[in-house]
Design a protein. Sequence first.
Length: 330
Amino acid sequence: MTKAPLAAYPALRLRRLRQADWIRRLVRETVLTPSDLIWSMVVHEGEGQVPVGSMPGVSRLSVKDAAKAAKEARDLGIPAIAVFPHIDGAKKDAAGTLARDPDGLVARAVKAMKDAAPEVGVMCDVALDPFTEHGHDGVVEGGRILNDATIERLVEQGLAQAKAGCDILAPSDMMDGRVGVVRRVLDEAGFTHVPIMSYAAKFASGLYGPFREAAQSTPQFGDRRGYQMDPANAEEALREVALDIEEGADIVMVKPALPYLDLVHRVKERFAYPVAAYHVSGEYSMVKAAAARGWIDETRVVDESLLAIRRAGADIIITYFARDVARRRS
Ligand code: PBG
């Protein structure tokens, strides 16, 4: 890009372009619209809605309410919903068997949502953590999370999701090599049209706490640092992204969003690929908590935060604020 030579003050007065709303609008570089958003949502087996204590304004939804929410998303111009299951503790086991159940909660939620609003995309998480009694994203042996054995389970889960009508598969487990295997198995089964959004650079973050309450997926021993990334590492994150693209990911994700905007930017610059950023549960709850005390203006901070994620280079933002933001814009 060739840049215009800069004049010096007093010829150059940058404030000229900030003096009124009309001119600020004309020179605005980034916009945030409902079309940029994926609405993150937790579903449960029961009836009605169960508020999530650490996420004011977010409830676990019944399958029926999830279908209603899909219609709402359509009416608000939100293109897609990411659905996460809350599984009863009694139904979990060591291997996360229920993850591949063709009539399980996720499958039923996907079908209900697609029936209610076929125009709205539904994205499913390919990961075992909500289904395993130990809460880890994989098959555990001797306290270790086995990579390749986990992939075998993930493939079965992904296939069940595609068969249920899921529009995008999003492997969120961080096992090595899973994107390539999931892609191959989807293709062999005739699902060549189903895109993969990989959680490519997913960090071992303290900001997932509220989600783990919502989905009851807190690890029962240890932590996830053996598979999620070290927050200190950016070059490694770029390698993770490169690998997932080589394996066939259609969209790559950075997660969480705001503390990792350097990576959102670098991934966009380096790969020129569709980039998603996940504004995660802890990022949601921090805003809600401060706003509830009157310390910040929620609307302003949410709009500023999501706009900043877009400015950094994200095409797509996955957020629990999607409905609020879209309502303000419709
Ligand atoms: C793991 C998974 C996580 C989230 C969704 N799926 C991370 C984790 O618990 O380690 C977090 C989402 C959020 O915090 O909003 N498969």
